[in-house]
Write a protein that binds this ligand. Structure first.
Ligand code: 13P
Ligand code: ZN
Length: 269
């Protein structure tokens, strides 16, 4: 059996969690990550023995047998690099669909993030749209969060504002961002609402809380959130000032043409 701490996906997870902490997106235990791993990539690193079974809060029958590397609840992103086995866990969805089998990690008796319903439901939703989706990432980026206090939560308007803040936003997230009003976190309800929003965009803002991103790998998903957060930062730096220039819809159409992307239907005039 190979050392799991040398697995490329483990190293990438540790680097990503550390990087997210360094960006200021994950204060204390804020944020959580889940990565869907093909059995092929995992099997050489685990014994196959189930350490313990942890109940899920819903029936995840669509993903029975699938492996996920998931951050632990109450665990600090800043500590992942120093003790991955305590702060991360590798789970497999049990044959009954309602339990998770712990294959590695949560070494202090811990368990997966309280936001696992939103993660797994988002994985299920995104896999229907993109079978190569592997990552769901949640964090609390400062400017996105700030923006939800001073900007309308209308999804078209929110997306258009972000697109207007940096030239390349429409290229990076042509599907825009969806927005949920404040809801109680850690529940199946917010999970279901997030997954529904994930059907039309790879980012879902949770007003007064943070953001969810989904993508094919950790880098891509990190980059999505990074780009939205950068745009939100420009917004927060300029929102109180007289705006005398912007990126026009005609210019957005030029970007669409040049980069071969199509902004969300009906979002540009
Ligand atoms: P966990 O510590 O359970 O992952 O929760 C953190 C968080 O960001 C809740 O939304
Ligand atoms: Zn959160």
């Amino acid at each position: 059996m190979k050392d799991i701490l040398t697995a490329p996906w483990m190293i990438e997870m540790i680097h990503t969690a550390t990087n997210m902490y360094d960006q200021g997106w994950d204060e204390r235990n804020g944020g959580n990550i889940s990565v869907l791993l093909p059995e092929e990539d995992v099997k050489d690193y685990i014994s196959g023995e189930v350490i313990r079974t942890i109940p899920l809060k819903f029936d995840a029958k669509e993903i029975i047998g699938k492996y996920f590397l998931v951050t632990g609840t109450g665990k600090y992103f800043k500590n992942v690099q120093y003790d991955p086995a305590r702060n991360l866990g590798l789970i497999r969805i049990a044959p009954n669909g309602t339990d998770a089998e712990l294959m590695w990690g949560y070494s202090d008796g811990g368990r997966f993030t309280s936001e696992l319903p939103a993660h797994l439901m988002s994985h299920i939703a995104r896999l229907q749209i993109d079978p190569d989706n592997r990552v769901v990432m949640h964090c609390h980026p400062t400017n996105i969060l700030a923006m939800t206090y001073v900007h309308t939560l209308d999804e078209r308007k929110f997306t258009r504002t972000l697109w207007q803040m940096c030239t390349e936003c429409i290229v990076v997230f042509p599907d825009g961002v969806n927005v949920l009003p404040w809801m109680l976190c850690g529940t199946n309800e917010i999970g279901e609402a997030t997954a529904e929003k994930m059907k039309t965009a790879r980012m879902v803002v949770w007003a007064q809380h943070g953001i969810y991103g989904a993508g094919r790998d950790l880098d891509e998903t990190f980059g999505l959130i990074e780009t939205a957060e950068k745009a939100a930062e420009i917004f927060m730096l300029t929102a109180h000032l007289p705006i005398i220039n912007t990126i026009s819809d005609a210019q957005m159409h030029k970007l669409e043409e040049h980069f071969g992307v199509k902004g969300r239907e009906g979002y540009l005039d």
